[in-house]
Design a binder for this molecule. Structure first.
Ligand code: IFM
Length: 468
């Protein structure tokens, strides 16, 4: 008699403990008016309004990095690695067309541009630096300053040279030195011209999608290795931070990590399987890294892998700011199947994007509260929607920026927001199919056209500055 009661009580207690982690938040959008853009007043005069891209996705000619190899390779069954067998190739040709793209930024009224420098172009062979590539980024940075747009550099955004890949990339902690040296070289060049520096973009994505899900290079499917890579990437961040801080101009620079938060919520909150799976994914994708940044300890208890722990003292207090990349959440639903133990579940009220996740502005608010807890200023370094029909972009921008304003009103120190992306670009494994751009760009003719749904971004920026 007592046993079932105890079992039920234990089940309920376990569910309550899991649900307390960070419950799914939903707002009633029928009661929130984002039409009049009143929330635009919340962003102060010093707020950075930006757009973001990365080198491989927009520059073109990135044919000496591990992604270009991956694009050419075939996966299981001879299937192409990239949607439709597409290649990044000349991409948006921003390498040559950057003056045009800067003019497009000016037309939006943005005052910041987040871009990455392509390691494989700057250091094509170990220890050999390419003067023309270095001069190119000087020209880009100077042109941005001339246009009144603040350059924000990312040192590592998913790509690295083939030679670095052949050394084992981030699977080997010994290779971190190479990225530190590259970062020092880049900082020595541009440190006097650039105030805000992002070390590594989305370490959990690089580690998990590349080494566990097998969808990014090197296509691994080994959870233990994925965790090692995540630890090494965090360590690389900490070491770059310290190395740049020690250089002339380091004190004045603002250096941070770009952390992607992708919430995984249980489809059924009362279901131990769903809640447990959600907690595990959340741990690996989101929490392990945040905890390491807070405590200098990288650890997790992962079923099947045991208790993994590693001290990363260089990671503690390694942030002048935290960059947050936020898109959405997924709801996990477990099921009695060995082949497919869980699925992603949607609700009828979800507004879909072209990516396999829905609109979820509440999640940006949640994530801002979460990273705000690190006690350093926050930049939303990426946020945007893939919307080829352009019939949800306007709503997306209004609602997500409302969420930012609400988080700021609740005390989160947000200093800037960068829309992903300035223009349609090469979306990694999805190739050219995902249209994230404020400007549409057809990879056939590379003509840029402002999407009507992007207008509201310009309007919000103008209103936040007291105009419009
Ligand atoms: O395109 C990517 C970017 O490179 C990293 N963050 C997510 C974006 C959209 O999926």
């Amino acid at each position: 008699m007592l046993a079932p009661i105890l079992a039920t009580a234990a089940y309920a207690a376990a569910i309550r403990a899991l649900a307390r982690r960070d419950p799914e938040l939903t707002w009633d959008w029928t009661t929130i008016n984002v039409d009049r853009l009143a929330f635009a007043q919340a962003f102060g005069p010093g707020f950075l309004w930006g757009v973001a891209t990365s080198a491989h996705q927009v520059e073109g000619g990135c044919d000496n990095n591990q992604w270009s190899r991956w694009e050419a390779a075939r996966g299981p069954g001879g299937r192409p690695r990239i949607h439709g067998g597409e290649r990044s190739g000349l991409a948006c040709d921003q390498w040559d067309r950057y003056p045009e793209d800067i003019a497009l930024m000016q037309a939006l009224g943005v005052n910041a541009y987040r871009f990455s420098v392509e390691w494989s172009k700057i250091e094509p062979r170990p220890g050999e630096f390419d003067g023309e590539a270095i001069a190119h980024y000087h020209r880009l940075i100077d042109a941005l300053h001339d246009a009144g747009i603040e350059p924000v550099i990312t040192l590592h955004h998913f790509t690295h040279p083939i030679w670095f890949d052949e050394l084992g990339a981030f699977e080997e902690a010994a290779n971190i030195d190479r990225l530190v040296r590259f970062s020092e070289r880049v900082f020595a060049e541009y440190g006097q011209k650039v105030r805000i520096w992002c070390t590594i973009n989305e370490p959990a994505v690089v580690a998990m999608v590349g080494h566990f899900l097998g969808l990014f290079p090197p296509g691994g499917r080994d959870p233990r290795r994925a965790i090692t890579v995540l630890g090494n990437l965090l360590q690389a961040h900490g070491r770059i931070y310290r190395a740049l801080k020690a250089m002339p101009g380091g004190d004045a620079a603002s250096i941070g990590l770009v952390k992607n938060i992708f919430h995984i919520d249980p489809y059924r909150r009362w279901h131990l399987g769903d809640a447990g799976a959600a907690a595990l994914f959340d741990e690996v994708f989101n929490r392990m890294a945040l905890r390491a940044l807070r405590t200098g300890r990288f650890e997790a208890k992962i079923p099947g892998l045991g208790h993994l722990a590693r001290a990363l003292p260089e990671v503690q207090e390694s942030l002048d700011f935290i960059g947050l990349n936020y898109y959405s959440h997924l709801r996990v639903k477990t099921q009695a199947s060995r082949r497919e133990p869980f699925t992603w579940a949607y609700r009828p009220t979800d507004v879909a994007t072209d990516m396999p996740y829905a609109l979820y502005p509440e999640g940006l608010y949640r994530a801002l509260r979460q990273v705000g807890g690190l006690g350093v200023p926050v930049y939303v370094t990426e946020n945007g929607i893939a919307d080829a029909r352009d019939d949800r972009r306007d709503t997306f921008i209004r609602r997500y920026l409302y969420a930012v304003a609400r988080a700021m009103g609740d005390g989160v120190d947000v200093r800037g927001y960068f829309y992903w992306s300035l223009l349609d670009n090469f979306e990694w494994a999805e190739g050219w199919s995902m249209k994230f751009g404020l400007y549409a760009m057809d990879p056939e003719d590379r003509v840029r056209r402002l999407r009507p749904g992007a207008e509201v971004y310009r309007e919000i920026i103008a209103r936040s500055r007291g105009g419009g």
